[in-house]
Write a protein of this length. Structure first.
Ligand SMILES: O=P(O)(O)O[C@H]1O[C@H](CO)[C@@H](O)[C@H]1O
Ligand SMILES: [Mn+2]
Ligand SMILES: [Mn+2]
Length: 398
């Protein structure tokens, strides 16, 4: 039994999903296109990385084999394969809930690609209850671009910026001190109530600091207000059985704080890796450590920054030996992702892709597991490993 650790590299898809065409994502391949860009010398970042992508530890575990790529001749040292998503959306909650055994088989509500994007009645309700005198934005946008465009006006008028994407989200950007962080969280809680009837997955607080369009920066105080998963997930199976669930980074928010024992936050992937090791050091037998590494998605995938994404992968890879050294004989670790976000693809949205499944531990025998039909096989395997009641979806590959 010992412990289980799930590491989600947020947005690290490894190839076009069989149903990608329905999402307008045919040909998307986050890993494959980063590899190619690095090889072509198009992903050099001054002082941070250059040349071909070097991921020796992920390669050793079987990343290339999982992606069906012939570049590596190494025999995988992990249980290796890939998984398709059956959830209707390619968003973060859908991906994580499916990993935890609860695919999203209903349709989220989405806001149209029009301006305004939000129903006027909805905005009127949020403005009335939220104590603001109006909003800016009201459209589909990239979060960094929209604060550059409207941040100064937002600071001057006190009106927060409302925007959305191809995900089921209402995002609210406001200045951390001029508008106020707690006030922004309160406003998001009001918005959360009003978007519930529209079946919107998340309201996201996007605080920023700085004084001019050029210096505005989003802070680590982002907060996601998610709806709870529609059924009990692996996390609740664990906590109901008296186990502790250690949630690293965004995990607690993504699961609307259901089935979480403790939350450890960190600013950036490296801090999140530190928190993961810290949780592992404290986890008892039977516990689950569940970590999300958000930089891949937020800082590089959505920003279509190939070099940054490559550098972040290499930095993550360099830390894997520390994780392996901290694992006890009966532990299981699974490296996976929640969707793709190909930094070479058009637009700035997620991409429908298959994700890697690399499961390893001192007593886990390497083997191929092929292409799994659903991410839920990960949750089923973790449940089996921790001797928890089986999740209602997924089959264990262990
Ligand atoms: O452009 P930013 O604000 O990073 O937004 C991105 O972050 C949202 C939540 O992950 C996604 O829906 C995407 O729109
Ligand atoms: Mn995600
Ligand atoms: Mn994202």
């Amino acid at each position: 039994m010992a412990r289980a650790i799930i590491l989600v590299l947020d947005s690290f898809g490894i190839g076009t999903a069989p149903d990608a065409e329905a999402f307008g994502d045919d040909g998307a391949d986050t890993f494959g296109h980063i590899l190619a860009a690095c090889l072509a010398g198009e992903a050099d970042v001054d002082g941070r990385r250059e040349g071909p992508l070097r991921l020796p530890n992920l390669e050793r575990l079987g990343l290339f084999a999982a992606a069906g790529r012939g570049e590596s001749r190494m025999r995988p040292q992990a249980v290796w394969g890939s998984a398709c998503e059956i959830s209707h959306g390619k968003d973060t909650p859908s991906g994580h809930w499916e990993i935890a055994g609860v695919p999203v088989l209903f349709d989220w509500g989405y806001f149209p690609r029009t301006e305004p994007a939000f129903p006027p009645e909805l905005i009127r309700q949020i403005v009335d209850d939220g104590g603001i005198d109006g909003i800016l934005g009201d459209k589909h946008a990239s979060g960094t671009e929209v604060i550059r465009e409207l941040g100064e006006e937002s600071v001057a008028t006190g009106r927060p910026i409302f925007y959305t994407s191809s995900d089921s989200v209402l995002q609210i950007a406001a200045h951390e001190t001029h508008f106020g962080l707690e006030r922004l969280y309160d406003l998001c809680a009001v918005a959360r109530r009003h978007v519930d009837p529209l079946n919107i997955g998340r309201v996201i607080a996007r605080p920023f600091t700085g004084e001019t369009a050029e210096t505005f920066t989003r802070t680590a105080n982002r907060r996601d207000f998610s709806v709870p998963p529609p059924q009990a997930t692996l996390l609740e199976s664990a906590t109901r059985a008296g186990r502790s669930v250690h949630a690293i980074g965004k995990i607690a928010d993504i699961f609307a704080h259901r089935g979480i024992t403790r939350t450890l936050k960190g600013d950036g992937n490296m801090a999140l890796f530190d928190r993961t090791l810290e949780a592992l050091g404290q986890a008892a037998d039977g516990d689950l450590v569940f970590a999300n590494f958000v930089d891949f998605d937020m800082l590089y995938g959505h920003r279509r920054d190939v070099g940054g994404y490559a550098a972040a992968l290499e930095a993550f890879d360099r830390r894997l030996p520390e994780l392996q050294a901290a694992m006890r004989p009966g532990d299981l670790a699974v490296v996976t992702a929640d969707h793709g976000c190909d930094p070479t693809f058009r637009g700035s949205d997620h991409t429908r892709e298959v994700v890697p499944v690399l499961a390893f531990g001192p007593a886990i025998e390497p083997k191929p597991i092929g292409r799994r039909e659903t991410f839920a096989d990960i949750g089923a395997s973790v449940a089996a490993h921790l001797s928890l009641e089986a999740t209602s979806n997924g089959r264990s590959f262990l």
